[in-house]
Design a protein around this ligand. Structure first.
Ligand SMILES: [Zn+2]
Ligand SMILES: [Zn+2]
Length: 454
């Protein structure tokens, strides 16, 4: 089938895409509570002719399957939102619900784009009588960095030959090995309560322990690899200052380019916690909440995606959409917009990246966040690419991104991504040599020691 025909099939599904994306955007649900979104996609895929499969103990995860035999190709969709990012689709910071959740990472676009590609592929497989199984994976809890790790752990990807997904961004490029591995852990300190004025000598402060642990970790930063990132917050630091805090905790993310580095740093962070507990005569309980791996590079898979990113026509925008994009840029730091614009080849006239980036652009724009999709790349050849849905300068997890994700501006980028997903999967189904080369590269570089952390 000509690729233009695939793009046409996706274009015909535009209303289906739009309704799904807007429904999820208008009903933002945090990771772990994606009841409406998962129900919506289950119904949509079922009505489109897919068989739905549950995932044990994960009510908001599922996979939908069409076709038979090999290869089994998984298209992964996400749908969770972020706390505090409620935002109207306008170019000023204005919440729909003050303090409510919002789609600042664009998972409404991500999920709807992925589902649209899966539905289109069902039609294509049917029309051409192709062998193979198309799966849409409904993946909750991405923002908690654990949904897909749990699904890998439950064997959901065991028979998958290729997995693919995408992410809305301000740039269009392949991520050939990306994201940082991450461990999320909580440190619960327990001390002894006392009157802070009348009998401080009888108290042992858990908050002191949290502070001393953080001081220790901040010195540790000097002695870990350059690309490691360690960040923390606290949820509990005591009550009024006249009570020596008997309970306090800290919540840590530890990231690095490879999981083995993360594990090593985590052991040293634990020593800081134990040292702080010793200094303050408190006790510490460490809870490893979850962990996700980096995305492993699969060069031949990235080559195929790059080809399809370049072949697919970029969206055309109306003057109104471009004006909205410029207004959004007007709310950002002008220096950051100028820097990103230079890198992405955008201008005031064309504020959204006009074409796919060169094959190695990801090296200049490394993804230093983490994603639970990394674990999928350990069990199957997997690729996640970025598609420009936002003007240069906009970053994920911001109100600006949340605003755009509820508009046609963001939707056009997601429709482009759906076309690239469908075209790439079509190649995997119809070009056995290309598929075999990707499989070989994966098998040759497979990590035999991998096991999911949750
Ligand atoms: Zn995110
Ligand atoms: Zn995201």
């Amino acid at each position: 089938m000509d690729k233009n025909k695939i793009y046409e099939i996706i274009d015909h599904l535009r209303p289906t895409f739009e309704v799904a994306s807007r429904y999820v955007w208008e009903n933002p649900e945090l990771g772990g509570s994606e009841e409406k979104a998962s129900a919506y996609y289950r119904r949509l895929l079922q009505e489109s002719g897919f068989a739905i499969h549950d995932v044990p103990d994960m009510p908001y995860a599922f996979y939908a399957e069409y076709g038979a035999g090999k290869p089994v190709i998984g298209i992964m969709g996400e749908y969770d939102a972020l706390p505090g990012l409620s935002q109207k689709p306008c170019a000023a910071k204005e919440a729909v619900v003050e303090g409510g959740p919002g789609h600042g990472c664009g998972h409404n676009l991500l999920g709807a784009g992925a589902a649209t590609a899966a539905i289109a592929l069902k039609d294509i497989v049917e029309q051409e009588g192709l062998a193979g199984t198309i799966r849409f994976y409904g993946c909750p809890e991405e923002e908690l960095l654990c949904g897909k790790v749990k699904m890998v752990s439950k064997g959901c990807f065991d028979d998958v030959d290729f997995a693919i997904t995408w992410h809305p961004m301000s740039h269009t490029l392949v991520w050939d090995g990306a994201a940082l591995a991450n461990i999320t852990a909580r440190f619960y300190f327990t001390g002894i309560s006392s009157h802070a004025g009348a009998a401080p000598e009888k108290g042992r402060s858990a908050l002191d322990a949290v502070e001393l642990m953080n001081v220790g970790v901040n010195y540790l930063r000097e002695h870990v690899i350059d690309k490691a990132r360690i960040h923390y917050t606290t949820n509990a630091g005591g009550t009024p200052p006249n009570i020596v805090p008997p309970n306090a905790d800290s919540w840590y993310y530890i990231r690095a380019p490879r999981m083995e580095d993360v594990k090593e740093i985590f052991e040293r962070v634990k020593k800081c916690a134990e040292g702080a507990a010793m200094m303050t005569e408190t006790e510490v309980k460490v809870v490893l909440e979850n962990g996700c791996c980096e995305i492993r590079p699969h060069h031949s898979f990235a080559d195929l995606v790059q080809e399809n990113l370049e072949a697919c026509p970029r969206p055309e925008y109306t003057e109104e959409e471009l004006d909205f994009a410029r207004k959004i840029q007007g709310t950002l730091d002008p220096a950051a917009v100028a820097r990103d614009s230079a890198l992405l080849g955008t201008s005031n006239e064309a504020p959204i990246m006009p074409k796919a980036g060169r094959r190695d652009l990801y090296l200049d724009l490394p993804l230093t966040a983490s994603t639970d999709g990394g674990d999928v790349s350990y069990v199957a050849p997997m690729h996640m690419f970025a598609a420009a849905c936002w003007p240069a300068g906009v970053n994920p997890h911001t109100w600006q991104a949340a605003a755009i994700n509820g508009t046609t501006l963001g939707e056009k980028g997601a429709m482009y991504a759906a076309k690239v997903l469908a075209a790439t999967v079509y190649d995997l189904l119809t070009k056995p040599d290309v598929a075999a080369a990707i499989t070989k590269e994966f098998e040759d570089s497979k990590d035999p020691n991998y096991s999911p952390l949750v």
